[in-house]
Design a protein around this ligand. Structure first.
Ligand code: ADP
Ligand code: ADP
Ligand code: ZN
Length: 215
Protein backbone atom coordinates (compact mmCIF):
# COMPACT_ATOMS: atom_id res chain seq x y z
CA UNK A 1 0.00 0.00 0.00
CA UNK A 2 1.28 3.46 -0.95
CA UNK A 3 -0.12 6.59 0.66
CA UNK A 4 0.46 10.34 0.76
CA UNK A 5 0.30 12.34 4.00
CA UNK A 6 -0.63 15.86 2.99
CA UNK A 7 -0.74 18.91 5.23
CA UNK A 8 0.97 22.22 6.00
CA UNK A 9 4.22 22.46 7.98
CA UNK A 10 3.67 21.22 11.52
CA UNK A 11 0.47 19.33 10.66
CA UNK A 12 1.95 16.11 12.08
CA UNK A 13 2.99 14.31 8.88
CA UNK A 14 6.38 13.20 10.21
CA UNK A 15 4.95 12.16 13.58
CA UNK A 16 2.25 10.02 11.98
CA UNK A 17 4.57 8.61 9.31
CA UNK A 18 6.91 7.40 12.05
CA UNK A 19 4.08 5.63 13.83
CA UNK A 20 2.94 3.96 10.60
CA UNK A 21 6.50 2.75 10.05
CA UNK A 22 6.48 1.21 13.54
CA UNK A 23 2.99 -0.28 13.33
CA UNK A 24 2.89 -1.43 9.71
CA UNK A 25 6.48 -1.80 8.56
CA UNK A 26 5.90 0.78 5.85
CA UNK A 27 8.69 3.06 4.72
CA UNK A 28 8.64 6.85 5.21
CA UNK A 29 9.80 8.83 2.20
CA UNK A 30 10.28 12.38 3.44
CA UNK A 31 11.78 14.74 0.86
CA UNK A 32 12.47 17.19 3.72
CA UNK A 33 14.60 14.57 5.52
CA UNK A 34 16.35 13.62 2.26
CA UNK A 35 17.12 17.26 1.52
CA UNK A 36 18.42 17.91 5.06
CA UNK A 37 20.71 14.89 4.71
CA UNK A 38 21.96 16.27 1.37
CA UNK A 39 22.60 19.69 2.94
CA UNK A 40 24.52 18.10 5.80
CA UNK A 41 26.61 15.98 3.42
CA UNK A 42 27.21 19.03 1.19
CA UNK A 43 26.27 17.11 -1.96
CA UNK A 44 25.56 19.13 -5.15
CA UNK A 45 21.82 18.85 -4.39
CA UNK A 46 22.41 19.98 -0.81
CA UNK A 47 24.47 22.98 -1.89
CA UNK A 48 21.68 24.00 -4.25
CA UNK A 49 18.87 23.44 -1.74
CA UNK A 50 20.33 24.98 1.43
CA UNK A 51 19.49 28.66 0.91
CA UNK A 52 16.07 27.87 -0.59
CA UNK A 53 15.15 25.80 2.46
CA UNK A 54 16.40 28.46 4.86
CA UNK A 55 14.05 30.93 3.20
CA UNK A 56 11.15 28.48 3.46
CA UNK A 57 10.65 28.32 -0.29
CA UNK A 58 10.29 25.18 -2.39
CA UNK A 59 13.23 23.31 -3.89
CA UNK A 60 12.88 22.53 -7.62
CA UNK A 61 10.48 19.79 -8.73
CA UNK A 62 13.26 18.00 -10.64
CA UNK A 63 15.45 17.68 -7.54
CA UNK A 64 12.79 16.25 -5.25
CA UNK A 65 11.33 13.89 -7.84
CA UNK A 66 14.83 12.51 -8.54
CA UNK A 67 15.27 11.87 -4.80
CA UNK A 68 11.99 9.96 -4.65
CA UNK A 69 12.86 7.97 -7.78
CA UNK A 70 16.17 6.88 -6.22
CA UNK A 71 14.49 5.82 -2.97
CA UNK A 72 11.80 3.83 -4.79
CA UNK A 73 14.50 2.09 -6.84
CA UNK A 74 16.26 1.05 -3.63
CA UNK A 75 13.11 -0.19 -1.88
CA UNK A 76 11.78 -3.72 -1.71
CA UNK A 77 8.69 -4.08 -3.92
CA UNK A 78 6.59 -5.43 -1.06
CA UNK A 79 7.20 -2.50 1.26
CA UNK A 80 4.54 0.21 1.27
CA UNK A 81 5.61 3.83 0.87
CA UNK A 82 4.42 6.79 2.92
CA UNK A 83 5.04 9.98 0.98
CA UNK A 84 5.62 12.72 3.56
CA UNK A 85 6.05 16.25 2.26
CA UNK A 86 5.89 15.09 -1.37
CA UNK A 87 4.24 15.94 -3.73
CA UNK A 88 4.07 19.66 -2.98
CA UNK A 89 3.20 21.01 -6.45
CA UNK A 90 1.04 19.88 -9.32
CA UNK A 91 4.16 19.07 -11.37
CA UNK A 92 5.35 16.80 -8.54
CA UNK A 93 1.97 15.09 -8.39
CA UNK A 94 2.25 14.31 -12.11
CA UNK A 95 5.83 13.07 -11.63
CA UNK A 96 4.75 10.88 -8.73
CA UNK A 97 2.17 9.16 -10.93
CA UNK A 98 4.88 8.48 -13.52
CA UNK A 99 7.28 7.20 -10.85
CA UNK A 100 4.67 4.93 -9.29
CA UNK A 101 3.88 3.43 -12.68
CA UNK A 102 7.58 2.98 -13.42
CA UNK A 103 8.10 1.16 -10.13
CA UNK A 104 4.92 -0.94 -10.43
CA UNK A 105 3.09 0.77 -7.55
CA UNK A 106 -0.26 2.45 -7.14
CA UNK A 107 -1.60 5.08 -4.81
CA UNK A 108 -4.22 3.90 -2.33
CA UNK A 109 -4.92 6.92 -0.11
CA UNK A 110 -4.20 10.61 0.21
CA UNK A 111 -4.68 11.54 3.86
CA UNK A 112 -5.08 15.27 4.43
CA UNK A 113 -4.24 16.46 7.94
CA UNK A 114 -6.43 19.50 8.60
CA UNK A 115 -5.01 21.99 11.09
CA UNK A 116 -5.63 25.45 12.36
CA UNK A 117 -2.94 27.82 11.04
CA UNK A 118 -2.36 29.65 14.31
CA UNK A 119 -1.63 26.36 16.05
CA UNK A 120 0.97 25.49 13.42
CA UNK A 121 3.33 28.27 14.41
CA UNK A 122 3.24 27.03 18.01
CA UNK A 123 3.88 23.47 16.85
CA UNK A 124 6.78 24.45 14.64
CA UNK A 125 8.61 26.73 17.08
CA UNK A 126 8.31 24.08 19.83
CA UNK A 127 9.54 21.21 17.64
CA UNK A 128 12.83 19.40 18.31
CA UNK A 129 14.29 15.98 17.51
CA UNK A 130 16.77 13.57 19.01
CA UNK A 131 20.18 14.22 17.40
CA UNK A 132 20.98 10.50 17.58
CA UNK A 133 17.84 8.60 16.47
CA UNK A 134 15.68 11.38 15.00
CA UNK A 135 12.65 10.79 17.26
CA UNK A 136 10.44 13.90 17.17
CA UNK A 137 9.37 15.86 20.27
CA UNK A 138 7.64 19.08 21.24
CA UNK A 139 8.29 21.52 24.12
CA UNK A 140 4.62 21.37 25.20
CA UNK A 141 2.85 18.60 23.27
CA UNK A 142 5.32 15.72 23.28
CA UNK A 143 7.94 16.07 25.97
CA UNK A 144 10.53 13.42 26.74
CA UNK A 145 9.47 11.18 29.64
CA UNK A 146 12.70 11.94 31.49
CA UNK A 147 13.82 15.56 31.05
CA UNK A 148 16.77 15.81 28.64
CA UNK A 149 16.79 12.11 27.68
CA UNK A 150 15.41 10.61 24.47
CA UNK A 151 12.65 8.03 25.20
CA UNK A 152 13.80 5.87 22.31
CA UNK A 153 17.59 5.75 22.52
CA UNK A 154 18.61 7.49 25.76
CA UNK A 155 20.64 10.19 24.01
CA UNK A 156 20.85 13.60 25.70
CA UNK A 157 21.53 15.51 22.49
CA UNK A 158 18.70 17.20 20.66
CA UNK A 159 18.47 19.53 17.70
CA UNK A 160 16.17 22.14 16.22
CA UNK A 161 15.80 22.93 12.52
CA UNK A 162 17.16 26.29 11.34
CA UNK A 163 13.96 26.88 9.35
CA UNK A 164 11.67 26.29 12.35
CA UNK A 165 11.28 29.95 13.21
CA UNK A 166 8.14 32.07 13.01
CA UNK A 167 9.19 34.13 9.99
CA UNK A 168 10.11 31.13 7.82
CA UNK A 169 7.01 29.26 8.93
CA UNK A 170 4.85 32.05 7.50
CA UNK A 171 6.60 31.69 4.13
CA UNK A 172 6.22 27.89 4.25
CA UNK A 173 2.50 28.22 4.99
CA UNK A 174 2.08 30.65 2.11
CA UNK A 175 3.88 28.15 -0.16
CA UNK A 176 1.54 25.41 1.05
CA UNK A 177 -1.56 27.51 0.37
CA UNK A 178 -0.39 28.69 -3.05
CA UNK A 179 1.19 25.53 -4.46
CA UNK A 180 0.35 22.44 -2.43
CA UNK A 181 -3.29 22.78 -1.37
CA UNK A 182 -4.29 23.22 -5.06
CA UNK A 183 -3.17 19.64 -5.84
CA UNK A 184 -5.98 18.18 -3.71
CA UNK A 185 -8.56 18.28 -6.54
CA UNK A 186 -6.14 16.20 -8.65
CA UNK A 187 -6.62 13.35 -6.16
CA UNK A 188 -10.21 14.15 -5.21
CA UNK A 189 -11.21 13.43 -8.79
CA UNK A 190 -10.05 9.83 -8.15
CA UNK A 191 -11.94 9.54 -4.88
CA UNK A 192 -8.88 8.68 -2.77
CA UNK A 193 -8.72 11.71 -0.45
CA UNK A 194 -9.65 11.38 3.24
CA UNK A 195 -9.56 14.21 5.75
CA UNK A 196 -8.39 13.78 9.31
CA UNK A 197 -8.62 16.30 12.15
CA UNK A 198 -4.95 17.08 12.73
CA UNK A 199 -5.80 19.20 15.78
CA UNK A 200 -6.74 16.08 17.75
CA UNK A 201 -4.26 14.41 20.11
CA UNK A 202 -1.44 12.47 18.42
CA UNK A 203 -2.92 9.05 19.30
CA UNK A 204 -6.37 10.05 18.08
CA UNK A 205 -4.95 11.19 14.76
CA UNK A 206 -3.16 7.83 14.45
CA UNK A 207 -6.40 5.96 15.16
CA UNK A 208 -8.24 7.99 12.50
CA UNK A 209 -5.54 7.25 9.92
CA UNK A 210 -5.55 3.53 10.81
CA UNK A 211 -9.30 3.53 10.24
CA UNK A 212 -8.85 4.93 6.76
CA UNK A 213 -6.09 2.48 5.85
CA UNK A 214 -8.18 -0.46 7.05
CA UNK A 215 -11.28 0.80 5.22
P1 ADP B 1 5.17 17.91 9.93
O1 ADP B 1 6.01 16.71 9.59
O2 ADP B 1 3.81 17.87 9.31
O3 ADP B 1 5.88 19.20 9.63
P2 ADP B 1 5.58 17.08 12.73
O4 ADP B 1 5.08 15.68 12.73
O5 ADP B 1 7.03 17.30 12.77
O6 ADP B 1 4.91 17.90 11.50
O7 ADP B 1 4.89 17.84 13.97
C1 ADP B 1 5.24 19.19 14.30
C2 ADP B 1 5.38 19.31 15.83
O8 ADP B 1 4.09 19.17 16.45
C3 ADP B 1 6.27 18.24 16.47
O9 ADP B 1 7.01 18.85 17.51
C4 ADP B 1 5.28 17.19 17.00
O10 ADP B 1 5.78 16.55 18.18
C5 ADP B 1 4.05 18.04 17.30
N1 ADP B 1 2.79 17.34 16.99
C6 ADP B 1 2.55 16.47 15.97
N2 ADP B 1 1.25 16.04 15.99
C7 ADP B 1 0.66 16.68 17.03
C8 ADP B 1 -0.68 16.67 17.57
N3 ADP B 1 -1.66 15.93 17.02
N4 ADP B 1 -0.91 17.46 18.65
C9 ADP B 1 0.07 18.21 19.20
N5 ADP B 1 1.34 18.27 18.74
C10 ADP B 1 1.64 17.51 17.67
P1 ADP C 1 7.56 20.68 6.93
O1 ADP C 1 6.85 19.36 6.91
O2 ADP C 1 7.80 21.19 8.31
O3 ADP C 1 6.97 21.69 6.01
P2 ADP C 1 9.74 19.46 5.39
O4 ADP C 1 10.77 18.80 6.22
O5 ADP C 1 8.78 18.62 4.65
O6 ADP C 1 9.02 20.50 6.33
O7 ADP C 1 10.46 20.42 4.33
C1 ADP C 1 11.44 21.35 4.71
C2 ADP C 1 11.84 22.19 3.49
O8 ADP C 1 12.42 21.33 2.50
C3 ADP C 1 10.69 22.88 2.79
O9 ADP C 1 10.37 24.14 3.37
C4 ADP C 1 11.25 23.02 1.36
O10 ADP C 1 12.21 24.07 1.29
C5 ADP C 1 12.02 21.73 1.19
N1 ADP C 1 11.17 20.65 0.62
C6 ADP C 1 10.82 19.47 1.25
N2 ADP C 1 10.05 18.71 0.45
C7 ADP C 1 9.90 19.41 -0.72
C8 ADP C 1 9.20 19.17 -1.93
N3 ADP C 1 8.47 18.04 -2.12
N4 ADP C 1 9.28 20.12 -2.90
C9 ADP C 1 10.00 21.23 -2.75
N5 ADP C 1 10.66 21.54 -1.62
C10 ADP C 1 10.62 20.64 -0.60
ZN1 ZN D 1 16.93 9.17 20.37
Amino acid sequence: MNIILLGPPGAGKGTQANLLVEHRGMRQLSTGDMLRAAVKAETPVGLQAKAVMERGELVSDEIVSALIDAELSAMGKGTGAIFDGYPRTEAQAVSLDELLAKHGRSLKHVVELGVDEDALVERIVGRFTCANCGEGYHDSFKQTKVAGTCDKCGSSEFKRRPDDNEETVRTRMAEYRAKTAPILPYYEARGIVSRVDGMAAIDDVTAAIENILRG
